[in-house]
Design a protein around this ligand. Sequence first.
Ligand code: M6R
Length: 600
Amino acid sequence: MCGIVGYIGKREAKQLLLSGLKELEYRGYDSAGIALFQEQGIQVFKATGKLHHLEDKLHAVSTQGLTAGIGHTRWATHGKPTELNAHPHGLTHSYVVHNGIIENYVALKKQLASTFISQTDSEVIVHLFEQHLNKGKSPTTAFTATLADLNGAYAILLITEHCPEQIFFARNGSPLQIGFSEQGLFFASSDAPLVGICQNTCYLEDGQWGIANAQEVLLFDTQHQAVTISTSPLPASSITAQKEGFRFFMEKEIYEQSTVISDILMGRLQAQHIHIEEISPDWLTTYQSITLCACGTSYHAALTGSYLLEQLAKIPTNVAIASEFRYRNPVLNPEGLLIVISQSGETADTLEVLKLVKKQGIKTLALCNVDNSSIVRLADKSLLLRAGIEKGVASTKAFSAQIMTLWLLACYWGQSKGCLHGIALQKEIQALEKTHQVLRSATSVHDRIHRLSKRYLHGHGFFFIGRDIFYPLALEGALKLKEISYLHAEGYPAGEMKHGPIALADAELFTIALMGKSRLYNKIKSNVEELSARDSTIIAIATEYFELADDLIKINAYTHPMLEFFEMLIVVQLLALEIAIRLGNDVDMPRNLAKSVTVE
Ligand code: M6R
């Protein structure tokens, strides 16, 4: 993960770098640091924890006239989140910021026979660079020789006193782009720091590297051949998300879901049929099977999507976790379609799956929330999620948007194939149209969940259980609770409990049962009875009174399972939120996590 920024121009660099890092803080908040060129040498400032610690440190420091530098916000991969491990890493003359993982850093450290200050993999980069310089190489040759030594993923910015006011840069597997503005030249890990400042940007490709000063950028490919810079326009102004009276962004985003759902349907439901402008029915119906691939919450959306695609479009569908899929030498159907799902569009494992599958000539579709992200740029086609900026590290509205888009896609596919029509199609359209109301009214349960949450701040674990589409929802409910409350929670298929996990059952094991009336209700009832018989405390999310529930969170009864799904989704999100708030946690920036996972 981590975010990197760089600037060379006419303006004071400190504030520009700090503002850029603020925009990238979602990529990691274990520490932050900047390095600035000054008349004699390079000046470095670092602080652990969130960016405001670095800002506080720099508040009284005069950096007037210092107009070039690099910056970093860290999500720790190698070494604890300490100041010594914070970037920029440097020796006396050169400093580097890095996002990615240098896989051969242990071997390189052994070869280098120098003293390392940090426990990071990144520090080897600057040692290698200085070693090549000491052997008499020019800075440019030392930089390319350093890159040749590295295995793994990286986006790198390096500055050296030997070349004042110049930035060496390289990309391989981790995002990096250059922003062009009248105020100077910028580098960043994503669009966010550049929007509103730069008019154009150049997204670097893997293997590209170069050298920049305020006047020009030299860009090269892996063969050291000069590359012509091609740019894409950036929006003129950024939309910044505000909490708008809510305590946390996550809370606001839970409440926004109803509006997001309406936005997703806009222009797509037309006189009794579904139309998705970005995809033609002919394109869809050429595929014989689907593989859905994603990570984390997006994986849970993929799993839900697999039920919907099979049930509504009658198409064989596999689901895979990207970090597993990419290494299992997958045997892919040449007539199949790969669908990757990602909020950020930058998740390293998902991106690598996309590359791997594309190499095999298989067509790809991305469901993504961020336009211009690496995944959107690479996929053959993409459907943007229309969820707006999601700031909370725990994903909420992007998940609803993914589910809604997959449901819509499944209906569209079924309609295009001719297997979903007539009353069945109308039933889906009516339910799609009703979803935003369901999400809006579901938040009325918030007060009750707030009161209930005080009973669930301890215990030795939570099991979220469900069947059919409520099983992926159980996984998502457990993930939300884990992420922000730091309590142990697992999502499980209700029917599987008796195959092992039921051994854990006692009064301190909290079972959250997602008891959708519309799918396998009697089956899950029996599964809950088995847990209750072993004294597990039962929190039932159900449409009707259930005598074995220690606590019941009542939801409305709907005949369509997806309406029950969305109503229960609000319940599990709010439950996690209220428990985490009572425990005093930072809901929007939970410990050890980052919003965008750009390392594998
Ligand atoms: O940006 P992506 O959707 O590709 O991210 C995938 C996961 O990292 C993400 O969903 C993560 O699990 C969230 N923190 C869940 O709340």
